[in-house]
Structures are given as structure tokens and as C-alpha cells.
Design a protein around this ligand. Sequence first.
Ligand code: GLU
Length: 448
Amino acid sequence: MNAYVRGVMQRLETLYANETEYLQCVAAWLEMVEPALEQDPRYERLDLLSRMVEPERMLSFQVPWIDDRGVAHTDHGYRAQFSSAIGPYKGGLRFHPSVNAGVVKFLGFEQTYKNALSGLPIGGAAGGADFDPRGRSDREIMRFCQSFMIAMYRYIGADTDVPAGDIGVGTREIGYLYGQYKRLTGRAESGALTGKGLTYGGSKVRQEAAGFGAVYFLSRMLEHRKQTLEGKRIAVSGFGNMSWGVCRKAAELGAKVVTLSGPDGYVHDPDGVCTQEKFDYMLAMRRSGKDAVAPYAERFGVEFYAGKKPWEVPTDIVIPCATQNEIDAEDAARILANDVKYYVEAANMPTTPEALRLLRQSRTLLTAGSKAAGSGGVVVSALEMVQNSLRYSWSRKEVDRRLRSTMYDIYDVSVTEAERCGLGYDLIAGSDIAAFRKIAEAMIAQGL
Ligand code: GLU
């Protein structure tokens, strides 16, 4: 690290000493974009980095609600409005007990650079609450969402900040959030949230988008080696939205996802998660609110491995779809020992720094980062905003076509940018630098 970059990091460490995920993602990013900084003295002269690594505004609020037994709860909500350099703040909401200020800043930071890569005019944000939706009734979820929106509604809007879903927030939660926003503002402002239901302004393919996008991105990596998805075996973690989309698109293109996982362990399905019945069962497991994958093994007569991660199953491709830091150095060593050829981050920052270093050293493994490969969800969110402002709705085919070509564009820009910096075929550095340049130029153009 050069002295300027080190100074920026030190300032952040002083300001946010305990926010580990946030400091981790910024440190990894600084390492990637350093070559671009050295090519252009304006970035340091204007101290752009200090402003790029910190949210423009951070909201922190209490969310009181009453459960079905009449017991009062007070959870904590956040919204990191990270960057408005290229458009309104935009990004997901996560409801999970692990959510805190550092997690929200990390997600907001990643989102900013993901969104810049999408080619659409959206800034970056993230939010959420430490609320645990596990085992909560539908009415409890509704009351929580309503209370959350009471605290947040003044700060969002179609031209201000556009929240969407993430872990623990799907179409149902977005519906309750949107309903409350409409009541509070008296406006049917559909562009204020994305991931809406199809009956009130949602986009087709939004639910599948995150997983589809990762597989489209992967298909270009395979093409680089003159290969296709046909007959490939894929290990996936998680069983939520992202994994569901990956299973479906992989099956359509002739590959097989052979693992799914949850907090309880993983299942190994050698025949592949590739039938409609299995796709639907994944949705049913999610709806049950139990957050466990073991029922899949029982239902389809396959093996369940309690407390284990799926990376011990030898496959051609690994796609972590669950959560941050789920792959540590030990997992990385196992992936390399299994001679995996493609590693595609779909969840946000699923790889610890040590693990990523190990994986990137391999000559035989191609690695893609989540800011590029995991951007399918927000790409379709941005397309949802376009449709909302047009007061129109595109066909499924049209949205899918746009998603695919955007993922291809993100792949191409990552390859080109890395080559331009003399880094060879480096998708992570290439995508980080491409997004960095775009935001930096927008910031310079708009002044301090
Ligand atoms: N949580 C999603 C992501 O990581 C959704 C963001 C959005 O659609 O705004 O990209």
C-alpha cells in the first residue's frame, strides 16, 4: 500500500474500530484499485478515496413492535446511504440477528461498486435490522415491517433512496414495507422500493435475477476456456433466493447443482437440484421460516451432513450463495484439493481475506468476485425502476434478455479493465477498477 492509501485506511480504522466486515471489504478493495490510483494523480489530489470509503450518511434508529402474545420488542434498524455519485441511493435491506452498523456499511460499500458496474444510474446503499424473522408469524412480520418503515420513510423515495430485499427480506416483506410507505406518504410511488410483487409494479424475473445473473457471468468464464455448462457439477451454499436462481438457470443450461446448505448443515443430491418439484420445495423450505435444509434430505431421500459445509463434495464449480465470510482458509484449501475449476462469489463477500489469497494464487482456478458476479439482483432492480418510471411492464423474455446482456457487459468490462492495467485475466481487480473509475469520474465532475 502506498502512503496515501495507508492513511485512508488508518483514518477508517480509527473511526470504525469495531466494524470488522466493513474494514475488511474496504481493505480488500483498496488493494485492488491501487494500480488505477497510481495512473491518475487527481484521485489523491482531491482525496477522493476518503469520501469513497465512507457512507455519505448513516441512519440508525429503533424499531419497536409487539408480538402475537402482546410482548414488546425493541430491535435496531440502520440505513447506510453510501454513495449518490451516479444516482439515487440503492440497495437491499437485511433482517437478521447478525446485522449491525458494520455489516450495513460493508453491504452499502459493496452495493455502491456493484451498482456502478450495472451500467445503470444508481448510487449505493444498504440497510436492515437485527430482527430475527425465524419462527415469526405473518402478522408479526407485517408489524415489524410497518414499524421499520415509520422510522425510514422520510429518508427514502424514487429519487432519493430505493431499498430492496436481501437476507430475511423477500417479496412479502417488501409488500408490507411498500404498503406502509404508501400510507405514510399518501403516494403510490412505485419507484420507492424494488422487489415488489408483480401485481403492484414489480418486475418479472426479479426473484430469479441474483442467481440467473451469477450463472450468466459463469458461462462467460467457461467460454474463456472454450467450455460450456453442459454436464458440469456445481456446489452451492444456502437454499434461499440466490441458490434457487442458480439451481434453475444451471439446470436449464445442462449443469447440476449437487449441494445446498443451511445453518444446520448441507445436503448432497448427486442427481442434482434440477426438477420443478425440487425448485418448489426450496421455496417451501424458505416459507416455513425454519431456516434449515435437513428437510430436503428427508423429502428426496438424499444424504444430510449436520454441521458441515458443502465444499467437501468434489465438483467442477463452487458458488457460495449464503453470506459473508462463509469460506475460510480451510474451505479454500479443500476447494483447491478438489481441483475445482471455477469459483464464483454470488453472496456478498463470502470469502475471508486469507481464503481469497489462497484461491487467487491457483493457476487452474478462475475466480470471480461478488461485486461483479453477484450483481444480477440489483440489475433487475434497476430495470424495475425503469419500468416503474415508464409506467410499463416488460415481458419475462425482455427482462431476462436485458439481465443477460448486462451480465455479459460486466464480464467484458472486467476483462478489459484488468488488461488495461497490465493485470492479465483478473476479474476481481478488473471489475473493482472499472467501478472505481466510473464513480471517481462522476464525483470529480460534480465537485467537492
Ligand atoms: N440485496 C441485493 C444485492 O445484494 C439487492 C439490491 C437491490 O436490488 O437494490 O444486490
